[in-house]
Design a protein around this ligand. Structure first.
Ligand code: MN
Length: 234
C-alpha cells in the first residue's frame, strides 16, 4: 500500500440526477468567445470563417456545487458571472468526427464560469495567461449532471441568468458559434478527451459584476438551474 507524506487531494465530483453514483471530475475545459454578442461586448468579435475556437482550463479543485455560498474572491474588484452550458464527457475520444461526437457525451449541466474580470483583461491585453482571472478557487460552479438520455445532442434551448432576480443574460443554445459536435471534434484534435472531463461551452452576452450579498440564479432549458450566493470577502 502506498504511503503519502500527507493526505492526497480528494476526488472532485458532481451528483448525477436520478443516480446514487457521483460523476468524478477529471479536467475542466472552458471555451472562450462562443456567442457572437458576447465576443463583441468583450471587444473581440469572432469571424468563424477565419477563426478557430480557443480554450482555457480550470483545475478540478475549482469546482463548487450549485447552491453554495462562496467568498468574494481575493485580488479582484470586478468579479463577474458567466452563465454556461456544461457538457460532461463519459467516454474516451481523440480526433473524433463531428458525426461521432454524441458517443462521448455523458450528460449536461448548468454552470457558472466565475471570473476575476479585471485580472483576466490585464492578462489578455499583456498577452499573458488567463489563469489569475479564470482558474481560481471556487470559480467553476456546476449543477448536478443530467444524463444525455433522450436529450440527445443539444442544439437549442433557452439559457438565462439573473442577479437578485433581475434579468442579466437571456439567449439560446442555438446561438453558440461552435456547437457541441464542432467543439468535441476540435478539442479532441489537441487532447485525448476522457471520462470525467467537463466542457464549459461559453457564455452569452450580458456578463457583469456581482458584489457580496448578491444571489445569482441561472437556468438552461431541459438541463437545470444553478444558484450561487456571493459571501463576504475573505
Ligand atoms: Mn466563460
Amino acid at each position: 500500500m502506498t504511503h503519502y507524506t500527507f493526505a492526497p487531494a480528494p476526488v472532485f465530483s458532481l451528483p448525477v440526477e436520478g443516480q446514487d453514483a457521483r460523476f468524478p471530475v477529471k479536467r475542466i475545459f472552458c471555451v472562450g468567445r462562443n456567442y457572437h454578442a458576447h465576443a463583441v461586448e468583450m471587444g473581440r468579435p469572432v469571424d468563424k470563417s477565419t477563426m478557430k475556437p480557443f480554450y482555457f482550463l480550470k483545475d478540478a479543485s475549482a469546482l463548487v456545487e450549485s447552491g453554495a455560498t462562496v467568498p468574494y474572491p481575493a485580488g479582484t474588484s470586478n468579479y463577474h458571472f458567466e452563465m454556461e452550458l456544461v457538457v460532461a464527457i463519459g467516454a474516451e475520444g481523440f480526433r473524433v468526427k463531428e458525426s461521432d461526437a454524441a458517443s462521448l457525451i455523458y450528460g449536461y449541466a448548468a454552470g457558472l464560469d466565475m471570473t476575476r474580470r479585471d485580472l483576466q483583461l490585464v492578462a489578455r491585453d499583456q498577452g499573458r495567461p488567463w489563469d489569475l482571472g479564470k482558474n481560481f478557487e471556487k470559480s467553476a460552479v456546476c449543477t448536478p449532471i443530467v444524463p444525455m438520455g433522450q436529450l440527445g445532442v443539444l442544439q437549442a434551448g433557452a439559457i438565462a441568468l439573473q442577479v437578485n432576480g433581475s434579468p442579466k443574460q437571456t439567449a439560446d443554445l442555438s446561438q453558440l458559434i461552435w456547437n457541441i459536435p464542432e467543439l468535441l471534434a476540435d478539442l479532441s484534435q489537441y487532447y485525448h478527451l476522457q471520462p470525467g472531463d467537463l466542457i464549459y461551452t461559453g457564455t452569452p452576452e450580458g456578463v457583469g459584476a456581482v458584489v457580496s450579498g448578491d444571489l445569482i440564479t441561472g437556468q438552461i432549458e431541459q438541463v437545470g438551474a444553478v444558484q450561487l450566493t456571493v459571501g463576504a470577502a475573505e
